[in-house]
Design a protein around this ligand. Sequence first.
Ligand SMILES: Cc1cc2nc3c(=O)[nH]c(=O)nc-3n(C[C@H](O)[C@H](O)[C@H](O)COP(=O)(O)O)c2cc1C
Length: 628
Amino acid sequence: MTRPFLVISTRESDAATLDELRSTLHLSGLTADQVVHWRLERDPLPPLSELQPENFSGFIIGGSPFNASDTEKSAVQLRVEADLARLLDWIVEHDAPFLGECYGVGTLGVHQGATIDRSYPEPVGSTWVTLTEAGLADPLLAGVPQEFGAFVGHKESVSALPDHAVLLATSGPAPVQMFKIQNHQYATQFHPELDQEGLITRIGIYAHAGYFPPEDAEQLIERTRQQDHPWPRVILQNFVRLYGSGNSTHSKSVGPTVSKLFSPVTIRTLEGDGLTLRNRSVLAPMCTYSVTAKDGVPSDWHLVHLGARANGGFGLIIAEATGVSPEARITDQDLGLWNDEQRDAFKRITNYLHSYGAAAGIQLAHAGGKASTYPHLLEYVDSDRKGSIPEEQGGWETVGPSETDIHRLRSPREMTAEDIQKVIKDFTDAARRADEAGFDFIQIHAAHGYLIHQFLSPLTNKREDEWGGSFENRTRLALEVVKAVREVWPQNKALGIRFSGTDWVDEGWTIEETIQLSHLVADLGVTAIDLSSAGIGQYFGPMGPGYQTQLAAQVKKSFEGQDMFVTAVGFITTAEQAETLLMTDQADGISIARAALNDPHWAANAAKTLGVTAKENPRAAQYWRGSW
Ligand SMILES: Cc1cc2nc3c(=O)[nH]c(=O)nc-3n(C[C@H](O)[C@H](O)[C@H](O)COP(=O)(O)O)c2cc1C
């Protein structure tokens, strides 16, 4: 860390000032040489051309005996306010990192037009803070629970925020406990920099300052001794982690440079150095129903579609569900990898992805009883061509573990032992071709109600032979496919699998079974698992942002201490949401689907939001001029 933080204090008491600096350093993990400490009540701020604010990683301002709403102000207080206003002009203009603790509400709030008054005071002691949805998704609050205790003590607070401010936390006594301006200016009403020792010191020093009746001091100290609040200090630590950087220049696009989402990660391989991704954003596989020749061969469309997402900064690009045989395709316009023509056409794509810094993955799939359906394109939906393609229009016989009408499609034929062996061989041949085509990564599709999932789930697997019934029998196909693919897929290439973590119904496939199976596939050489859900019959699961990320979190937890790359997927749309999932150890990587359909540059834009410098942004170099 070459650029220090500027820590500003405004307290006239030496003891209070020094103790605040002590607790700030102690709780943030900063060392004395990583901060410049400025006693603003004593030393006026020089002109900004002299101060050179661009040479600081960020600005931290602690508590203060001053109140913005004081009716009478000393000359020192007025000068401190004027100095801070000048500095805040620069900070806001440059969207620079700022953390105002308690007094930050008065300073940043006033600067931004908030109403600061004495409607919601809180006595010295503890309060109970609740994060808003925006707070839960904010990187500065990563790792902080939705509700937590904090030390407070203030006479004034925000009673109305301006429209452009984002409310991050609230409490019963004070409706605004934390807010944010733009991307990097934060103010808290509570004290992230305060520990028990610090509060006890302040109670002693400010016993006659009107925060509480002086005779209550002893009792307050006793109460403080009995209660510590560990969570607020995580905010301070996150601030230092996110914004502490070695960059010597600061611009609007420069902020935190240690985003976890945009740090490289290596997926373990059985031999060699592993597959290193430039960042942890993964383009989830998405069918585009665009093989208009219906021969499974990728075209210019696939090159441009996938290539655009490599240009847009994704670390790993996974090509859509690709049929391991013609009858394995979901629709007749899906990709395939059952012949050499397809393999050779894929080579052009993997070369392109590699040349723009992305790792190339492919999802190998068999749709089973959900095969032979119309492409999910608007023109088909509009002309009422939904569901199974009739045989006279080119539809084909589908196969599955058992006959079923659960998908409201033509029932599949129950597979014979020979059919099952053919599917395993088709996966093997496709995996060999995937290697020859230059892919770095295979994801076996065992999710979304397609063939492997149909065998896993008791909802679709009614067999009474060794492929159905018990957990061991229902998982046999998944394990045989993994084993067979692993045999031909080079040991120095990473193998992944995608599961539906649960069917969301009691009689269906469960997360406990997914965890059990995850460890079995790990034993066979799978080192990456993506956790989706559902796909068999009607959907009964939750909806909304991050609706299924808990599944990834559970699988990840079960691999604690082991090197498994677990990715979360499902309604993850913002950079902050993705970063929080990683920071809170719920996942190792983030798969993005629909948000990346809308924005091929999702990753590059997320990197910018999380403060990655324009220079380090993973987007194609040709787009650098667009990064202001
Ligand atoms: C158009 C479209 C096509 C999809 N195709 C596939 C696919 O080929 N394989 C797969 O496993 N999931 C597929 N999915 C599911 C996504 O990979 C992802 O799991 C799901 O959309 C939830 O993530 P999201 O909220 O980021 O979109 C598809 C989703 C969409 C929207």
